[in-house]
Ligand binder design. Structure first.
Ligand SMILES: Nc1ncnc2c1ncn2[C@@H]1O[C@H](COP(=O)(O)OP(=O)(O)OP(=O)(O)O)[C@@H](O)[C@H]1O
Ligand SMILES: [Mg+2]
Length: 333
């Protein structure tokens, strides 16, 4: 097991009566890339701000490795921690220019003096901002500010970086640059914590995903474990007309009863409450079955024979969403 470098212990943050973050328990190991995924308002930015000490927890605490390799409660002492970089929300800068800003930042982080100029040029060139080195940040576009924010987060080559929606406002080229950068960062066994609501984008770079909703972690695991959990066999039936609401319970019960022999008995009840599901908005009936071709055949026969008066199926299809996306959507319902 690799070493834990960040740990939150029942971390909560309340704004007024509402919990923005609730009893968050996270352990991050050195070298991991963690995706922190949740819908708008889930508590992602708040969590990162708590870690950055821009906000104070209501209860609970955060420990981070210090330079003596000991986990240290940051509310007690935030000196001598391993070096960290942050890109939080949409970065706001004083109206100077990248050169002045980054020099100032380098000094704050005790970056070796003789290397500062070279580092600034290298990073600004890499992100196509070199011609803007001495231009006022006030005149920058959203994406340019975001790139500058990323440069600031990684400038001092920290041990761990926290990125809050790093791809916001970036064009495809800049996204690729950032992804490449994260890859090299990872190869150096450094730790990355990325918050996003773009699951697809994030699952390409992460080892683990923490799903957060309403301030609470609803699942935190390695991506491959989640996918294993989600391997399902399903039949998606597109219906011609919606099932009338007053008949819905009856029809679902009847499906469960008539198809009982062939349905998937090993579904994770936290993710899929029932092996038969109906989505009224898209008139779709989803049947999770046991995966045997014979069972599938029997299900088709029964649907045709016993349900003719309940609904009309106009097509069958495969799932269009990835397993992870499915888990995400089910979890944040
Ligand atoms: N300063 C504040 N005062 C009051 N409420 C706040 C404050 N900051 C955040 N909140 C509330 O806390 C909750 C979590 O917000 P947060 O910004 O952490 O969400 P998020 O997951 O980053 O969302 P997004 O994807 O939109 O960036 C929201 O309900 C938000 O309204
Ligand atoms: Mg946010």
């Amino acid at each position: 097991m690799t070493e834990i470098i960040l740990k939150t212990n029942n971390l909560s943050k309340k704004f007024g009566k509402n919990f923005a973050v609730k009893n968050l328990n996270l352990e991050v190991h050195k070298g991991e890339t963690i995706g922190f995924v949740g819908p708008n308002g889930a508590g992602k930015t708040t969590t990162i701000k708590l870690i950055a000490k821009l906000l104070r927890p209501t209860t609970g605490n955060i420990s981070i490795k210090n330079n003596r390799n000991i986990l240290q409660d940051i509310s007690v002492n935030s000196q001598d921690l391993i070096s960290m970089g942050f890109l939080i929300d949409i970065p706001v800068f004083y109206d100077s220019n990248p050169n002045v800003l980054l020099k100032h930042y380098a000094k704050l982080h005790n970056y070796p003096k003789e290397k500062i100029n070279q580092r600034i040029d290298e990073l600004l060139s890499h992100f196509n901002l070199i011609n803007w080195k001495k231009k006022r940040i006030k005149t920058f576009s959203k994406g340019m500010k975001q790139k500058l924010g990323f440069i600031q987060a990684i400038f001092h080559d920290p041990e761990i970086i926290f990125l809050d929606e790093p791809q916001t406002g970036l064009d495809p080229k800049a996204r690729i640059k950032i992804r490449q950068y994260l890859k090299t960062f990872k190869e150096q066994n450094k730790t990355i914590f990325i918050a996003s609501h773009m699951l697809r984008e994030i699952s390409e770079v992460c080892d683990k995903i923490a799903f957060i909703n309403n301030g609470e972690i609803i699942k935190f695991d390695r991506i491959e474990n989640m996918e294993k959990l989600l391997k399902t066999n399903e039949i998606i039936c597109q219906l011609l007309n919606p099932i009338p609401l007053e008949k819905l319970e009856f029809v679902i019960n009847k499906l469960n009863e008539k198809l009982a022999l062939y349905l998937d008995k090993n579904l994770d009840p936290i993710i899929f409450k029932s092996p038969v599901q109906y989505q009224p908005s898209i008139k779709e009936l989803v049947i999770f079955y046991d995966g045997n071709p014979e069972s599938k055949g029997e299900i088709f026969k029964i649907l045709g024979k016993d349900f003719a008066s309940d609904f009309t199926i106009i097509s069958f299809s495969q799932s269009k969403t990835s397993l992870l996306e499915k888990l995400y959507l089910e979890k944040i319902k």
